[in-house]
Design a protein around this ligand. Sequence first.
Ligand SMILES: *Cc1c(COP(=O)(O)O)cnc(C)c1O
Length: 382
Amino acid sequence: MDRINLCLAHMSGNEMQYIQEAFDTNWVVPLGPNVNAFEEDLEDFVNENGALDKKVVALSAGTAAIHLGLIMLGVGKGDEVICQSFTFAASANPIMYQGATPVFVDSEPSTYNMDPQLLEEAIKDRIAKTGRKPKAIIPVYLYGMPARIDEIMEIARRYEIPVLEDAAEGFGSKYKGQICGTFGDYGVMSFNGNKLITTSGGGALICPNEETKKHVMFYATQAREAYPYYQHEQIGYNYRMSNICAGIGRGQMTIVGEHIEHHRWVHDYYKKKLRGYDDIVLQSAPERYMESNYWLSTIRFEDNKHTIDGKLLPLIERLSKMGIETRPLWKPMHLQPVYKDAPAYVNGVSEHLFSCGLCLPSGPYVGEREINYIVQSIVDNL
Ligand SMILES: *Cc1c(COP(=O)(O)O)cnc(C)c1O
């Protein structure tokens, strides 16, 4: 059997046609017909039932989208931004790019995402300690799982703090029928090579309206003013998506539904195969109204033996030798040396998950045969 990877890019076969078009028309630049069409595809996707009218800007990375989202929300030097601690560093790093300070909030145990109760405690405490409200809140849809976004939005509205949703891993996940990334002021998508769909590298920012979209595009293209010569009155960035990458994205969008279906099937099949192993807990949506894309299926060991200081890393090593790629869950930001001085509101949940959790192969090349082999290899090594 070939090596079984966590999640690899899977081409639809339609990508080359759009790339070829870009070459044929000589649009080999960070703008062009593919970029515009990909943005339209993404807008149709997030606005699904026409109930929403969000606008989308295609960018060079999800990290760039978070950065521009923070800029749009006016985050600057000396501000504090609340960020989910249990996440990939890319959620938090752009806070630092802006000279602001991240304030980390832990997760609740059912979704692995931001704990609304702890969020409110953190807001109150920051106001008490600094006399100012945090400037923004960044919840994350980790591994594709919807966060408790109704509760988070209710708190955010009550304190009048804007929300930037990091849906980089939650492409197409839904909460009460609505696409994740469309609840807050801005939403982030990522099309990195290992994400649910890919443009090789890329991202997008979901914006509330046409005006903000134009503004984001302005910042993403070096903040060039409308003059016949190069006039700059603000600091800009080179964050626009290339027309070639957008061609890959257009191809990916032709099969995104099947992609998501497959990831969900993988999760359901793991669930079936893991039935009866009480010490191995597969993360599953805790509510019926949470439709995860199951970008990655994850398990946690509740046997007190498979911890990061115990048998977890040796197990990962052994599985790797057997051709199975697995990985620990994200190490929480409040445990990262680079963020050791950042304020953190913790409850032990993300530390526990990091200590005993494992990401399983969940991508396009994972079928029944692979899952049977993976589950057997794990239980044989318990
Ligand atoms: C991948 C990822 C990002 C960053 O996206 P890039 O496109 O790789 O820059 C941000 N947040 C989370 C949670 C991610 O998994």
